[in-house]
Write a new protein. Structure first.
Length: 130
């Protein structure tokens, strides 16, 4: 699991859902949560929890796509297995890990030092108290 330290920027609640924005190392993450979770205060420090399998990778700047979280990163490590590939990304002082198929990693020609975008749907980011 990816665990990123962030702070709540803003939030809106309506009809049993919450739309939260959090700042993480200069990037704004958007989350869609169920309101039965503990309420958060603006400015409160939290952790963003993201499964490695929910971090998609693009080697070009995404446009015209509904994914809310598009984090420009640098590839710091690529570990290729027989079926899956673990890709480590860094933005600011934060690290994200993505697990993709080996075919996708080869098609994208992922290399250490290259720029990549981590793409994460708002529904795939979870909150945890610090």
């Amino acid at each position: 699991m990816n665990k990123l330290k962030a702070s709540v920027l803003s939030q809106r609640h309506h009809g049993g859902l919450g739309n939260i924005e959090a700042s993480c190392d200069g990037n704004t993450f958007r989350l869609l949560v169920f309101e039965n979770q503990k309420g958060r205060e603006d400015g409160e420090d939290i952790y963003l929890i993201i499964k490695e399998s929910e971090v998609m990778i693009s080697t070009s700047a995404p446009c015209d796509i509904s994914i809310s979280n598009r984090i420009e990163s640098t590839i710091t490590n690529v570990k290729k297995g027989e079926i899956l590939c673990e890709v480590e990304l860094e933005f600011g002082r934060q690290k994200l890990v993505s697990i993709i198929t080996i075919e996708s990693a080869e098609r994208l020609d992922l290399k250490v030092g290259n720029k990549a975008y981590a793409l994460i749907k708002a529904t795939e980011v979870y909150l945890e108290d610090i």
